[in-house]
Design a protein. Sequence first.
Length: 284
Amino acid sequence: MGTPLKPSDPYEVFSTRRDEALKGGSAGLLYVEFSADKDANSDDRRQWAVANPSYPHRTGESAILRMKKNLGDDSLRREGLGIWDETTISSAIDPRLWANGTVETRADGGVISFCIDMSPDRSALAIGACMKYLDGTAHIELAEYRDTKKHGTAWDADWIEQRWPKTAAVVIDAQSPAMVLLPELKSRGMKVMVNTINGMGQACGCVLDMLTAGTLKHLSDADQPQLATAVANATTRPIGKSGAFGWNKTGSDIDISLLVACTMALQGAWITRRNPNRWQHVMQ
């Protein structure tokens, strides 16, 4: 027994049994599903009754409205209306290529860059990191990820400032809510690269190209599960008409700001002219 799960949940066994039942089933299998129409309006009371036989006598209208308020529309459609996500949309990043880039530890000897990104609802702040090496390879990882309701955003400037002397670039995308942090970072003497729409397209393409070439590494999914979830649930959206694309997400309850932060950190590492290692050598 259960409800449709999020795309990020490990539900292969559940979905396989459902697919088998919808195709006619097999001996010994009984499958019963209560679900609203796929294109149902989540405010349609008639669809509530289709999905939930206990509505409105045992499960009242106020209970479902409370669920919608607490869970959001995507989760209500799954948990309250029994609507399964479409599974025809494949991840933008091939799981095999991503797995092939896994390393146990990050190699030393490179120059590091950061990107700050914030989820569209401003609920979380992510800092992605990229270590670029002289041989043209790179390593990306999630450096920091915090709930803004618990931790706010003021910590970010302190975090970056502590690492600034050894940092090649700090990037914020021009379309990101994280742009609100730009004045504070600049007031502390840190130079921030503001990324453009074209830069986003170049960065996302670079991630796929480097994964394909085997020149982009990252920690294991077990070590960075939040980033792994973002990668597994990232699709693409077109940017302009030249074939460029940016990352998109499969649902409103998926946060891909972590992947965006790592992607833009990679972009910053490739286009910055700042070399903190050279600066340190001169100072010595």
